[in-house]
Design a protein around this ligand. Structure first.
Ligand code: SF4
Ligand code: SF4
Length: 443
């Protein structure tokens, strides 16, 4: 039997639900979180960014920088810092919400715990609530313990070669600095993701406070706008917020990491009533919404002269860093005169002694040919010449230059030692002096 219900006037007037958005900020964030997690693992393993403390090397974008290249290392680290600061001027705390490892792993640990709770409640519904709670806790800690070791391993790999660290892990090494650091970071990670989580962002991390200084009227933020009094007080935006705040109170709350979860929540609730969400990413408190109809440069955040300057500075800095890295040479040669003894006489010849150091920062064995310029009748006494140096090694040594006493009447002769890399590359020219006995000038 078919019963036809009368359609009321209210039902006729009811606004149809809006179609759900194709991409939510939640999905976008999870995608970026996953990419960042892969990046977090890949950076040290592929030497894209790693500070190798035992070997005193800094790996950056495929370059192996030695500790004596501190200027470039400093330049590279400052560039990364400026990038984060620049992104804060443009996009507020998107780094916190979308890319920060602390946020990613905190959210993941919460999601894991919730998932385990749902599973245990469904599977063991006949157990008492207390017993189910203990089961969830036990399972969660059992998963988190090896996960903490894994994350600590990935983190320490930024400072100790991963292969070396792996052997220390297998040997339960708790004697060396690498082993002790690994154990300490594992414990800290475990406690962090069981007890601290996002509290870290509002208590320890200074970046949120720094953001307050960096942002201005054109910085992207999450803003609640309800001029038409459409809010139905469902408070879903509050319930989904991991930071435990109500965005409707103010867009400038220090806890807000601009994750956009409350935007999705409001779009979902009001969309079912055929209305648009009331929370948006906006350019400052009074600016337009993200993705609004504006010129392309405004849509990507270039909204005033300050941002143009920040962008130009970042570009110049990045180009400077690229030039500095590309001008690096694999072979670094140093030559110094040894003046503890000014000269040595042997029969009719006078000798001067020099020390050299060759650093091979490349990945292949190499050698340097030493030669002399503008020192008449002189002999370079170095064996072997070319001087070989293994990949990644530093070779030190000494050599003498001799010449007949009769070849010059000067006490000091100026000349150059030339160090030419075997296999190409510009030579290094070192201006030097050759010292001879003083009495000869009076003869
Ligand atoms: S989710 Fe939207 S409608 Fe619900 S309380 Fe928050 S702002 Fe109001
Ligand atoms: S208020 Fe919204 S944007 Fe801010 S942290 Fe909470 S959910 Fe994320």
């Amino acid at each position: 039997m078919c019963i036809t219900m009368p359609i009321t006037e209210a039902a006729k007037k009811r606004t149809p639900a809006l179609p759900p958005p194709r991409v939510t900020y939640h999905k976008l964030r999870k995608l970026i979180h996953f990419a960042c997690f892969l990046g977090f693992l890949a950076l040290p393993f592929f030497n894209l960014m790693r500070f190798d403390i035992p070997r005193q090397r800094f790996y950056f974008a495929g370059y192996e920088l030695w500790i004596n290249e501190f200027a470039i290392i400093f330049f590279a680290l400052m560039f990364l810092m400026f990038l984060i600061i620049g992104s804060s001027v443009f996009y507020g705390r998107v780094y916190c919400g979308y890319m920060c490892p602390q946020m990613i792993f905190s959210e993941t640990s919460i999601a894991l715990e919730n998932r385990l709770r749902r599973w245990v409640n469904k599977r063991f519904f006949e157990w008492s609530a207390r017993r189910r709670n203990w089961a969830v806790r036990g399972l969660f800690l059992a998963i988190l313990a090896p996960a903490s070791v894994f994350l600590a391993f990935a983190f320490i790999s930024y400072f100790v070669p991963p292969a070396d660290l792996f052997h220390r892990l297998l040997a339960f090494d708790l004697h060396t600095a690498g082993g002790i650091s690994g154990a300490a970071v594992s414990i800290i990670t475990f406690l962090d993701f069981t007890l601290v989580r996002q509290r870290f962002c509002t208590t320890v991390c200074p970046y949120g406070y720094l953001q307050g200084i960096l942002g201005d009227n054109n910085t992207l933020l999450v803003h609640y706008r309800d001029e038409g009094h459409q809010c139905i007080e469902c408070k879903k935006c509050v319930r989904v917020c991991h930071m435990g705040i109500d965005i409707r109170n103010s867009p400038f709350q220090i806890e807000c990491v601009h994750c956009g979860e409350c935007i999705d929540a409001c779009v979902d609730v009001l969309g079912r009533l055929g209305k648009k969400g009331l929370i948006h990413y906006t350019w400052g408190e009074h600016g337009g919404e993200l993705g609004g109809k504006e010129p392309w440069y405004s849509r990507i955040g270039i909204r005033d002269a300050k941002r143009v300057v920040v962008l130009v500075l970042l570009l110049c800095y990045g180009c400077g860093l690229f030039v500095a890295l590309s001008m690096r040479r694999d072979l670094l040669v140093q030559i110094d005169p040894e003046r503890a003894t000014l000269y040595r006489l042997n029969g009719s010849r006078v000798y001067n002694r020099f020390r050299f150091q060759i650093a091979n920062r490349g990945h292949a064995r190499s050698a340097v040919v030493f030669s002399l310029q503008q020192l008449r009748a002189a002999t370079l006494e170095i064996t072997p010449n070319p001087a070989p140096v293994a990949a990644g090694a530093t070779q030190q040594g000494a050599f003498e230059i001799s010449r007949p006493l009769a070849s010059s009447t000067e006490e000091v002769d100026h000349f150059s030692i030339v160090a030419t890399p075997v296999g190409g590359g510009p030579p290094d020219i070192f201006p030097m002096t050759f010292l001879s006995p003083p009495q000869r000038s009076s003869q």
